[in-house]
Design a protein around this ligand. Structure first.
Ligand SMILES: C[S@@+](CC[C@H](N)C(=O)[O-])C[C@H]1O[C@@H](n2cnc3c(N)ncnc32)[C@H](O)[C@@H]1O
Length: 286
């Protein structure tokens, strides 16, 4: 594993053989629905290796056995998932989609019997910026409606370490740049480097670990909005369709399903109509 380059000794990560790559890629596809194409073999190799080194493993097959063994293996799997998934996110990442939620709340406020509770599900919340953005906006709007409407947000992700970070609601100050000044009243500065989401906002969120591959299991929970952005792109087409078909069952009457703009082409569902709004990709339950 150590190699000389000139007069220097370097550590070289051992290669995943084609067979080993195939096994790991199949495990990821089977458990997460995530596709790791051959061109990303080096990415897979470096992520698995860095986790193996933390635990003292030097053999991919030994580590494979560990991940696939009983309860300890399941716990280890949740750590590995965190390394293998991309958690890139930001506050108010796609403003036109937030505007659509605000508009939907306004319409439902007029048409629904009051008081009512507006329920939103952020299905791949990563480290929490997306659901807290929704919460800050909804909190402000509900306050303007003077108590006749309330909101609640369910925020889930397959990565338990990401969800643990989200629950804390502590972020570095450079992220403030994406939060407009009128929402700064919903956060407290901890020091020059960090801020925290205020408790009254946090109380409106319920965080949990959820694998989108399980979306077709029976459930009676319904939401007014399902916010599903920047996650479908990691799945292949048939899995995306299956996930979206499953999410439809979680929508309330006239519920909105809001996706990332380029996440799927030509998805259609007999119960859903496309929302005609520029720079967004959204569907409404008929
Ligand atoms: C790029 S982040 C998107 C975060 C946020 N939705 C946004 O748009 O900013 C993708 C997230 O999808 C999650 N993810 C990947 N596979 C998943 C699965 N099978 N079920 C649920 N979440 C998944 C990852 O853990 C990651 O946090």
């Amino acid at each position: 594993m150590y190699k000389m380059y000139g007069d220097k000794l370097f550590f070289e990560i051992p290669s995943l053989s084609d067979d080993q790559y195939r096994r790991w890629a199949e495990l990821l596809e089977h458990r997460l629905g995530v596709i790791v194409p051959k061109e990303r073999k080096l990415f897979l190799q470096s992520k698995i290796w860095s986790r193996m080194r933390e635990l003292g493993y030097v053999d991919y097959d030994e580590y494979w056995k560990f991940v696939n063994s009983g309860i300890e293996g399941n716990l280890e799997w949740s750590q590995l998932v965190d390394r293998l998934t991309v958690h890139e996110t930001s506050f108010f990442r796609h403003q036109p989609s937030f505007d659509l939620v605000a508009e939907d709340l306004g319409e439902k406020f007029v048409s629904q019997q009051k008081p009512f509770r507006y329920k939103v599900w952020s299905v791949s919340c990563a480290t929490g910026e997306e659901p807290y953005s929704l919460a800050m906006m909804l909190h402000t709007l509900c306050r303007q409606a003077e108590g006749d409407v309330n909101y609640g947000i369910t925020a889930t992700d397959v990565s338990s370490p990401a969800v643990a970070i989200a629950k804390q609601g502590v972020y570095s100050s450079d992220k403030l740049i994406n939060i407009e000044a009128s929402y700064h009243s919903h956060i407290s500065k901890l020091n020059d480097e960090m801020f925290v989401i205020k408790e009254y906002i946090k109380r409106r969120l319920a965080f949990g670990v959820f694998n989108l591959l399980d979306v077709n299991k029976p459930s009676n929970i319904k939401y007014d909005v399902i916010y599903c952005q920047n996650v479908l792109m990691y799945f292949d087409r048939s899995v995306r369709q299956r996930i979206l078909n499953g999410l439809v069952n979680y929508l309330n009457t006239r519920g909105l399903l809001i996706l990332g703009q380029t996440e799927i082409n030509a998805w259609a569902h007999q119960k859903m109509t496309r929302v005609d709004r520029s720079r967004t990709l959204a569907f409404r339950l008929k």
